[in-house]
Each structure stands twice: as C-alpha cells, then as structure tokens.
Design a protein around this ligand. Structure first.
Ligand code: BG6
Length: 465
C-alpha cells in the first residue's frame, strides 16, 4: 500500500493507565472495591494475582515515566485514587502521603515534558461507601465524590491542564448491576442500574461545575467507552434494536456530557417501563449547564445487534436486553485472546458521529488496544517481545482515524491501552496490552517492538501504511 498517514501538529501520542490497575496498594488510606474484592475472593482473579503490587507504579513512577518519554510519549493518562487521596471520606480530609505521591508523579511528568491527563474515577469507589450507602446508588456519595474532586483540584489544579471526571462510567451500571462481571457483581438489577447511570452523570456535572467555579487554568472532560451498535439488517426491528442499544449504552452518558440532556427516546422507554431514575429539576439544570470541554473515547470493539426474539424473558425484573440481542456477525475478525471483535473502521464511524451529531467537540482516543495472552512466546533473545500483531492493530485503527481527521474530525490525539502491562479485574495479568512488558517476579521492564515502533510514529507524526 505505502500510503503516508499523517496527523495534525501537536497531536497527542501516549497511552492510558489507571491508579488502581498500576500503583499497587502500598500505603493507601482506604480500600477501593477492587482491593476489597481481591482480599475477600482472590480465587476470582486469574492465577490469584491481585492489585496489591500491580505494576508497582507507586515505587517505579520515575523509571516508568522515563520509559514513556523514551518511546515517544508527549502525553499520558492516569488516575488519582479516591481511596489514596482522601483519608476521611465523609469530610474529604486528605491523606498527606497520597498528596505527596501524586505531587511527585506530576512533577516528574512535568520535568519530562509529558502532558498528564488526570482522571478522577476508574471504577474504584472506596468499598466503605458501597457498604455504607450502596455506592453510586446514593446521592450522598455523589456529593462525597465532589468533595474528593475539590481536594484534587486544590492540590493539583495549577499543574494539571486536562482533567476527566470518569473513565467508562457505563461499565459501572452495566458490569456491576446488570451482567455481574464487576464489583458489586449484581445481575439483572435494571432499576438500580438506571439510577446509578443517572447519579454518575450528576456527579460528573457537579464536578465540572466545581472546576469551573475555581477558575483553574485547564479544561475538564469525561472518558466514555463508545461502542457502535451495528444492526444485523435494515429491518425496522433490527434498526430499533440498534437504536436502543446506542441510546442505553452510549448516549446515556454521551448526550448529557456534551449536550446537557438525556436522549428523549431513552427517557420515553424508561418511563414506559417504570424504571426512570429519581431526579429533581435542580439536578437536571446542573447537568444541562455543566457540559464537558472535551471528550475522551475508549474504543475496543463494536456491538453487533439484532431484534430481541424473547422480550418476555426480560420484563421482570427490568433488563435492557428486552430491546436488543447481540449476535455473532459472520464476517467478524476476532482477537482470539480477549474474544473481542477487531473492527478498526468503527473509529471512523465514531469520529463522524461526533462531527455530525455532537458539534465536532474536541476529542481524542483515550484507549484503544489489543490484549494478548502468553506474549512470552514472542520474546526474542534480548527478552524483547516481537508484537507485530499489535503494531498491525494500531496501524489499521490509526489509518481510519487519519481519514476521519482529513475529513474534518476534531480528534486531537491517540492514547492506547496501555503503556506498561497492567492489572485488570477481568484478566489480572493474563492478557497483556502494554508497549512495555513487566516481569511480575522481578518487576523488570522491557520495551516491546511496538514501543520502538510507536516512538517513530510519534517522531514522524505518522507512518507509512
Ligand atoms: C477498559 C478499561 O475498559 O479496558 C481498562 O478502561 C481495562 O481499565 C481495559 O483494563 C482492558 O480491558 P481488560 O478487561 O481486557 O483488562
């Protein structure tokens, strides 16, 4: 092919991680849900590996940020753990060790010229708030989150120019309340899921309101996992199914974040089914007036959707599956390790959607990546993993993104998941995603072939495809 793929000046090249998945639990003031889940049920995690040490970013942040610089990063996202920054969750009194740690990370990134994007919530609510108040089901917890955000803004607001309130907030109702693959691991709690969805939107808007009121020198956004829902056919039933899936799983956060209101079509369905959230006019005003400055989009795979053949199964208790069903698209190309479809064109479709329907708000890819099991088998004699499959994966996705930018999309960066292999509640360290591998025994870091490749992409602001 040999086409030159180019990106705009000052394009962000980097990756994302999160506090709970990389830092380890050293010297934390409180326990988050993942820490608690592992402590009480370690058998749920691949090879019994938990977040206790993780990638030990807590002790390795200098070395790690140095490595990121070495592979061409000009930007990097991580998150502040609520459970590390705040000692007294009720009053918002901070923990001095927590403050020191994040100050050190911020200073080091600054020294290296890496723009830090700081996120405030990566599925890591302190477990105490779940046990005492029901977590995100509670509006009191919404206000406690805003107290935590205030401390973060006061302490770090002069140095951090890009904040995000939540990472993939939809995962909390979806995986925690509907399908049982994230703590608290409920299944089929449709009504609660809807309230959690609303409360997190409210928390995000209240946090944005606070940020704006503090006149800090930066911007604030949100990170959403946007999963295009492609219908099986053009039949009315399949199209309705894909609209519902889009409303529920994408637009329930995208619309309030960017437009300040929920999709009317979604509200109608929830009202009709008697599961609409509890809200007040005052809260709706807050959501309306506090939209984001920019958007981060995490994309891994699409949804393939068809009409639900057995809606009656899902009526009581309420479940969104009443309106759609996922199916295996016969043409799907699968990642054999993670079981997710690889469909790079979706990046183009997402970009067009933002351009056409969301005012072309500035946005960046905040996560995109390929998890692979057993990468050691691709090691060369120097111990560097030859992950050509990952380079291919990134090239294909970037090519579609570049096309969208050529056609006017306001995308300003590309962050992968992830920089250094990190822990996850689904996989522990089974599927590796990083540009840099980690030996869990020795904590030794090694740059993979994709890391060296990314350095060139960042230097040239593009590549030959
Ligand atoms: C995203 C999350 O959904 O996917 C990350 O923001 C997560 O936290 C990543 O680790 C990869 O998913 P997984 O389950 O394969 O680790």
């Amino acid at each position: 092919m040999n086409k030159e793929i180019h990106f705009p000046k000052n394009f962000w090249w980097g990756a994302a991680t999160s506090g709970p998945q990389s830092e380890g639990t050293f010297e934390k003031a409180n326990e988050n849900v993942m820490d608690y889940w592992f402590r009480t049920k370690p058998e749920d995690f691949f090879n019994g590996v938990g977040p206790t040490v993780a990638s030990d970013f807590y002790h390795h942040y200098k070395e790690d940020l140095g490595l990121l610089k070495q592979i061409g990063f000009n930007s990097f996202r991580t998150s502040i753990q609520w459970s590390r920054l705040i000692k007294d969750l009720e009053t918002g009194e901070p923990d001095t060790q927590g403050i020191t740690f994040y100050k050190n990370v911020i200073a080091e990134a600054k020294k290296l010229g890496i723009e830090l994007v700081m996120n405030l919530h990566h599925f890591d609510i302190p477990v105490h708030l779940l046990q005492k108040y029901g977590g995100w089901e509670s509006k009191h917890v919404v206000d406690l989150f805003v107290k935590f955000a205030r401390v973060a803004f006061e302490e770090f607001g002069q140095d951090i120019k890009y904040w995000t309130t939540f990472n993939e907030p939809m995962v909390i109702p979806e995986a925690g309340y509907l399908y049982g693959f994230h703590y608290p691991k409920y299944i089929g709690k449709g009504k609660e899921a809807v309230q959690v969805m609303y409360n997190i939107n409210l928390a995000s808007a209240k946090t944005i309101a606070l940020y704006k009121s503090m006149n800090l020198p930066g911007q604030i956004g949100i990170i959403l996992n946007l999963t295009p829902a492609y219908p099986r056919s053009d039949s009315e039933e399949d199209l309705n199914a894909s609209h519902f899936a889009d409303d529920f799983f994408n637009r329930s956060f995208l619309d309030p974040a960017v437009k300040g209101k929920f999709p009317e079509t979604l509200v109608k369905v929830l009202e009709k089914d008697n599961v609409l959230w509890d809200s007040t006019e005052e809260e709706m005003e807050i959501i309306y007036h506090n939209t984001v400055d920019f958007l981060g989009v995490n994309y891994y795979h699409p949804k393939r959707v068809k009409a639900q053949e057995h809606p009656e199964k899902y009526i009581n208790p309420w479940n969104p599956d009443k309106y759609f069903e996922e199916y295996e698209w016969p043409e799907a190309r699968m990642n054999p390790y993670r079981g997710w479809e690889i469909y790079p064109r979706a990046l183009y479709d997402i970009a067009k959607n933002i351009q056409d329907n969301y005012g072309n708000i500035p946005w960046f890819i905040s996560e995109n990546g390929m998890g692979v099991e057993g990468e050691e088998k691709y090691k060369d004699t120097n111990g560097n993993i030859q992950d050509d499959y990952r380079i291919e994966f990134y090239k294909e996705h970037l090519a579609w993104l570049a096309k969208a930018i050529e056609e006017g999309s306001s995308c300003f960066g590309y962050h992968t998941w992830t920089a250094l292999d990190c822990w996850s509640w689904n996989n522990a360290y089974k599927n590796r995603y990083g540009f840099i591998s980690i030996d869990l025994e020795t904590q030794k870091r090694n740059i993979k072939k994709s890391g060296y490749w990314y350095k060139k992409v960042s230097e040239n602001n593009g590549f030959l495809y």
